[in-house]
Design a protein around this ligand. Structure first.
Ligand code: URA
Ligand code: SF4
Length: 189
């Protein structure tokens, strides 16, 4: 069995935190398993829990549109979440749950081996960049994540609630596109 298959099989039966109790499906990840660019959201919502795929509800539709704006899609990038099981009533995942789920995400990041990581929203940014990360002030800037680079932008759900943030999010997308295009072998976009 290869590393991806064993990781998926192990993760599928995870009961490391209480979120396992409420899941219909564990939501592992989707997209290109060798992507140079990886997007990380917060956790599954209702549709994701039902389908077992990240970002397939209303926020997912907007994420797909955002990717399209920079000539990307799910066959090019990889998409995952901080927690793999849906928090009840879509509440924020708790620090303990994020910590329990972290090893799965770290193994995903190692296997995908992306050059660039994009946090979708505050929760992912506080988990991966800095605990006191301020999304309104620090979105669109690159930080270090080991040897990789990481940036946070607004969560598509936040953009649905507050469309006035969309121009800023679009600037972030342009920044992501610029750095993505500058990677070796990706200048055809
Ligand atoms: N919101 C997220 O953060 N992740 C999903 O997969 C869906 C909605
Ligand atoms: Fe395991 Fe993560 Fe699901 Fe918690 S959320 S049960 S740690 S896979």
């Amino acid at each position: 069995m290869n590393s991806w298959e064993s990781l998926k099989q192990e993760c599928a039966v995870c009961r490391a935190c209480g979120l396992c109790e409420g899941r219909t499906n564990l939501v592992f990840g989707v997209g290109n398993e060798q992507a140079d660019l990886m997007f990380i959201g917060e956790g599954p919502g209702e549709q994701e829990d039902l389908q077992g795929v990240p970002f397939v509800g209303p926020a997912g539709k907007l994420l797909d549109a955002m990717l399209e704006m920079i000539n990307l899609d799910r066959s090019i990038v990889y998409i995952a979440n901080i927690v793999k099981c849906r928090p009840p009533h879509n509440r924020d995942p708790q620090p303990q749950e994020m910590q329990s789920c972290r090893p799965w995400l770290e193994r995903q990041i190692e296997l995908v081996d992306p050059k660039l990581i994009v946090c979708l929203g505050r929760i992912a940014a506080t988990a991966l960049i800095r605990e006191d990360f301020r999304i309104t002030k620090e979105h669109g800037q690159w930080f270090a994540y080991g040897q990789r680079r990481i940036l946070a932008t607004f969560h598509p759900s936040a953009l649905l609630r507050d469309p006035s943030r969309r121009p800023e999010a679009f600037m972030d997308l342009r920044e992501i596109r610029k750095e993505y295009r500058a990677l070796p072998g990706t200048n055809s976009l």
